[in-house]
Design a protein around this ligand. Structure first.
Ligand SMILES: Nc1ncnc2c1ncn2[C@@H]1O[C@H](COP(=O)(O)OP(=O)(O)O)[C@@H](O)[C@H]1O
Ligand SMILES: [Mg+2]
Length: 372
């Protein structure tokens, strides 16, 4: 039998095993049980590209559906509020305000035994529709979860409006959840601006890499489950090559799995797989992350890549020929962008594995202000 490659090295794709994220979902799980107003129901996931933000939203959505919640999953592009209003109208109609045939299937599918008719007047705006839907759902002990991905692309007005509506619904003690995801900088910007003091109270879960021990276990299990033999020492090497970075877990897994010779990972196929995974990381995540930045941001990163390990701000300033204060401003920007991390004791390190090597290999093209 031909097995399909179990790994999913694609943005937003649910991995075969969700590595190291149990705790991150705990407060949301509790929120589903505790209901209206519990902190886990208002959460923002932040982190660099490829760390698994979208996947966290997807997992939370699955948990919510298991509890019978209605889920509306949105990406923050233009027209967010009106799309949400439309989606909610659709759900309302499925629950009893629409065509009879649809109503029956929707109600049966949702597992609801009874249905009550909506008042004859149709709710108009998002707030009214959401209130109507929530009253219905509350009667069934479930609720409504709205997820908004990529909030860096959000229209500020839309977000302000959504926040005000959700705040109002919570005050009404209605079972609403709002989960969002975005890169740290975008989220920091949003919350600093006067968008909403309410959103500032959201739980902020900053996603970082996952423990290598969890990666080892997940890789070993996924290979075993698909009948591909891999030695413990090889699992160790593969896990180390991921640096605990979720996208790399999938890339390394995928490329090592597919190069297995007669269902066995060889040392040679392992090395080739890890190499291919690194190249794919560069061509996808690293390139995209760098393209988001300004030319000066990139030159600061290039100066960092001259170090073998974490960098000192004074060294970066010297290499740039600028003051420490100037370099500090860019350090802040890059921290907000989630591309570097504070390594303690005034040191700064790359947030994404292999970025240093990638920058070194692409110094020439990167020094020009335009990216390939
Ligand atoms: N906890 C995890 N364990 C294993 N793989 C993961 C995990 N989180 C994300 N991934 C994988 O990493 C890749 C990027 O995930 P994604 O959610 O798109 O990241 P982001 O939205 O932060 O850019 C996907 O291939 C996904 O399957
Ligand atoms: Mg994403």
């Amino acid at each position: 039998m031909v097995m399909r490659n179990p790994f999913k090295p694609t943005a937003g794709a649910r991995p075969p095993l969700l590595v190291g994220r149990n705790d991150a979902l705990d407060s949301f799980r509790e929120g589903l049980e505790d209901g209206p107003g519990s902190p886990g129901l208002l959460t923002i996931f932040t982190g660099p590209r490829g760390v698994g933000k979208t996947v966290m939203l997807t997992e939370a959505e699955a948990l919510a559906r298991e509890q019978g919640w209605v889920v509306i999953s949105e990406t923050a592009t233009k027209g967010l509020i009106s799309r949400l209003a439309d989606s909610i109208q659709g759900r309302l109609e499925e629950l009893g305000d629409g065509k009879p045939s649809r109503r029956v299937t929707a109600v049966a599918a949702a597992g609801f035994g009874v249905t009550t008719q909506l008042p004859p007047t149709r709710p108009t705006g998002l707030r009214e529709r959401a209130t109507a839907l929530l009253f219905r759902l509350a009667g069934h002990d479930t609720g409504l979860l709205i997820t908004v991905d990529e909030i860096h692309a959000v229209d500020r007005e839309d977000l302000t409006e959504l926040a005000a509506i959700v705040q109002h619904l919570i005050r009404e003690d209605l079972p609403i959840g709002l989960l969002m995801a975005g890169i740290p900088k975008a989220v920091a910007d949003l919350l600093n601006e006067d968008v909403s003091t309410f959103l500032r109270r959201a739980d902020r879960i900053d996603l970082t890499g996952v423990p290598l021990q969890d990666v080892r276990e997940a890789l070993a299990r996924t290979f075993a489950d698909t009948g591909v033999t891999i030695e413990p020492a090889q699992v160790d090497l593969a896990a180390e090559a991921t640096g605990g970075y979720p996208f790399l877990i999938q890339l390394v897994g995928y490329h090592v799995w597919r190069r297995a010779v007669e269902d066995t990972v060889t040392d040679k196929s392992l090395a080739a797989g890890v190499d291919a995974a690194r190249r794919r990381l560069g061509a996808t995540v690293l390139q995209a992350a760098l393209a988001d930045l300004s030319p000066v941001d990139r030159s600061v990163l290039l100066k960092m890549s001259e170090d073998e390990g974490p960098s000192r701000i004074a060294d970066i300033a010297r290499r740039l020929g600028e003051t420490t204060k100037y370099a500090g401003v860019y350090r802040r920007r890059l921290l907000d962008a989630g591309i570097i991390v504070d390594a303690g004791r005034g040191l700064t390190d790359f947030a994404v594995p292999h970025l240093r090597e990638y920058l070194r290999e692409h110094t020439d093209s990167m020094s020009q202000s335009n990216l390939p």
